[in-house]
Design a protein around this ligand. Structure first.
Ligand SMILES: Cc1cc2nc3c(=O)[nH]c(=O)nc-3n(C[C@H](O)[C@H](O)[C@H](O)COP(=O)(O)O)c2cc1C
Length: 217
């Protein structure tokens, strides 16, 4: 009897532990892959926005914008909505939200929590960054290109990662135009301060950041 109770006790805490770990991640709703504005209209309305209301984005909007940017559009081939040089798919999208920092897992359509601190303000030097609801941080995971921790990384080796990020960021711009949201891609990122706050390894390099929110009229 004692043994059974003990097993039940251990089982309960094992399940509780698992639930706790999982509850920190955010399971995104399936992205809306139809609708929106016609492509030519979205292109006509694409623009940079630097003034946002305090409104949060819905999880559906976050799911849609991440899918548009760097989602999986051909699951059988493990391919994505943006092109990627030699299909290395080395760009990781980190999502800074008021509730914490997350990593977008496009294949699981989930935001994996890195920690529960709001580091959005640290992702930029411009005032609007601190109050906007969503800041994406594009990181090149050079481990996928064979770089080990501690290896030297020359600027020229980041050439493809900058190009790859540009495609993702433009997809996000077009989604924002289509969904009446505003965004700005930013090169002004205090990378040395931000990288440790994100827990990045030396072979993970911040490329650009992009702020998204509801535009102030
Ligand atoms: C690689 C890149 C980096 C940029 N960095 C910043 C930035 O740090 N801060 C900012 O406010 N805008 C930044 N921008 C946005 C440009 O200023 C903006 O695209 C330009 O003024 C043209 O405006 P439009 O996007 O509305 O056409 C950047 C754009 C690109 C392509």
């Amino acid at each position: 009897m004692k043994k059974t109770l003990y097993s039940l006790f251990v089982f309960f805490f094992f399940i509780a532990g698992l639930t706790n770990v999982r509850s920190q991640d955010i399971s995104l709703p399936a992205p809306e892959k139809t609708g929106g504005k016609p492509l030519m209209q979205a292109l006509n309305e694409r623009q940079t926005t630097r003034s946002f209301t305090k409104d949060d984005l819905t999880l559906q909007q976050i799911s849609d914008l991440l899918w548009a940017g760097w989602g999986v559009n051909r699951p059988d081939l493990k391919k994505r909505t943006a092109p990627s040089a030699r299909d290395f798919q080395e760009i990781s999208v980190y999502v800074a939200l008021p509730g914490g920092l997350y990593l977008y897992d496009a294949f699981a359509n989930t935001l994996k929590q890195i920690h529960n601190r709001n580091i959005g303000a640290l992702s930029g030097t411009q005032a609007f960054v601190a109050t906007a609801p969503v800041n994406l941080i594009y990181v090149a995971d050079l481990g996928k290109l064979g770089k080990k921790e501690g290896d030297e990384i020359k600027d020229a080796e980041l050439f493809w990662s900058y190009a790859n990020t540009g495609f993702i960021a433009q997809n996000v711009y077009l989604y924002c135009a289509s969904a009446n949201l505003g965004c700005v891609i930013r090169g002004l990122v205090p990378k040395d301060k931000l990288a440790p706050e994100m827990g990045l390894k030396s072979n993970q390099v911040i490329i650009l950041s992009q702020t998204i929110g509801v535009p102030q009229k």
